[in-house]
Design a protein around this ligand. Structure first.
Ligand SMILES: *Cc1c(COP(=O)(O)O)cnc(C)c1O
Length: 362
């Protein structure tokens, strides 16, 4: 019987497996969050994250899950008379469009079939109307396993629509795939730590451009908890607006240092190698759900072409090996399954998992 006291090894696309040494960081005693020693921890963490994300702009440490920044980007940076173009290519990007509506802002949708990418050409055609103040994009769509061509989109946007703000959900991409935040010309990007950072859930890293912060100061009704201007004031003192989850910050500092020491090129290559392996395994036995040219390097969504009973296979592997992988997301539940290969999951780990799946499906 599954039991929380005996937690399975996680290959679901978040939360993912966390190393013992990272778990130990979360057990350190708290600091006073207005004390000098906290500011030291905060500053070191932010400086390391700036290296991970190739930015000189604002890195905010936010005690919330990632979804908070869907809302924060909209409430801080979009005026009540402005319209957002939400690009939709799967469950998470669809949800962000809903969040724009729930924040009471105007939204138009650019939708492609699930498994297809948002291309620079499609986006260009919509932005040519001159109607939009901002665009929302999901880097790695965790439902379909697709990574949008964000570097090509950025080149197009910088050349033709430099005034349009770009908000990027990088939740399942950040760390596992390249993000040169300043070079990309993005305005807001974020990731919760339970994906490629390999930390337990409950905390988020958010990057905000200087111009997005300046614009936010002109927007009415931004609220308190997710207010970028107030975050920036606190960050000047190497603090956060409210009491942060200091255990998460210990773990984040630790992980960011490991990443910087490994070198981001090496980190991205490691994710690419795991992705290549899982994709070739999947293609021999099943098929990829998304257009392979756009497959994400942090997780693979596999089309269940053999009609296996996914829930049964997951349950069997949990019973035998105390390990679980992901079923399909929402409407893809039975027609796909998902394997995460991000964070501190290793190539050896995914090889072992796929062997176990092979044993179950025969
Ligand atoms: C996991 C995920 C989210 C949700 O993040 P939370 O931390 O659960 O709020 C949003 N977007 C994408 C692409 C994700 O993978």
């Amino acid at each position: 019987m599954p039991d929380w006291r005996n937690p399975p090894r996680l290959f679901i696309p978040g939360p993912v497996f966390v190393r013992e040494d990272v778990l130990k960081q979360l057990a350190r005693p708290p600091l006073g969050h207005r004390a000098k020693e906290y500011s030291q921890l905060h500053q070191e963490t932010v400086e390391l994250l700036k290296k991970v994300l190739f930015t000189q702009q604002h890195v905010f440490l936010c005690t919330s899950s990632g979804s908070a920044i869907w809302e924060a980007a909209i409430r801080n940076c979009v005026g009540p008379a402005e319209t957002v173009l939400a690009t939709c290519c799967g469950a998470f990007s669809d949800k962000w469009a809903d969040v724009v509506r729930l924040c009471g802002r105007n939204v138009d949708v650019l939708k492609v079939e699930w498994g297809q990418p948002i291309t620079p050409e499609l986006l260009d055609a919509r932005l040519a109307t001159g109607k939009y103040a901002a665009v929302t994009l999901v880097y790695s769509e965790t439902s379909t396993g697709l990574a949008n061509p964000v570097y090509q989109i950025a080149e197009m946007m910088k050349a033709k629509y430099p005034e349009v703000l770009v908000f990027v959900d990088a939740v399942s991409a950040m760390v596992g795939m390249p993000i040169h935040f300043d070079q990309l010309g993005w305005d807001v990007a974020f990731a919760s730590v339970q994906k490629c950072f390999g930390i337990p859930p409950g905390f988020t890293v958010a990057v905000v451009s200087n111009r997005a912060l300046e614009k936010s100061k002109t927007i009415p009704g931004r609220g308190y908890y997710l207010n970028f201007e107030l975050w920036a004031e606190a960050a000047q003192k190497n603090q956060t607006l409210v009491t942060p989850s200091i255990p998460h910050i210990y773990a984040l500092r630790y992980q960011a240092e490991r990443l910087v020491n490994e070198g981001m090129e090496n980190v991205w290559r490691r994710h690419q190698q795991m992705a290549d392996y899982v994709r070739s395994w999947a293609k021999e036995r099943f098929a990829l759900f998304c257009d392979e040219r756009y497959a994400s390097n942090t997780l693979t969504t596999i089309k269940n072409t053999r009609g296996i009973n996914v829930a049964q296979v997951i349950a069997a592997i949990q019973a035998k090996h105390n390990t679980v992988f992901g079923n399909g997301y929402k409407k893809l539940k039975d027609i796909t399954f998902r394997i995460a290969h991000m964070g501190d999951i290793t190539l050896e780990d995914v090889r072992q998992l796929t062997q176990w799946i092979d044993q179950e499906i025969g």
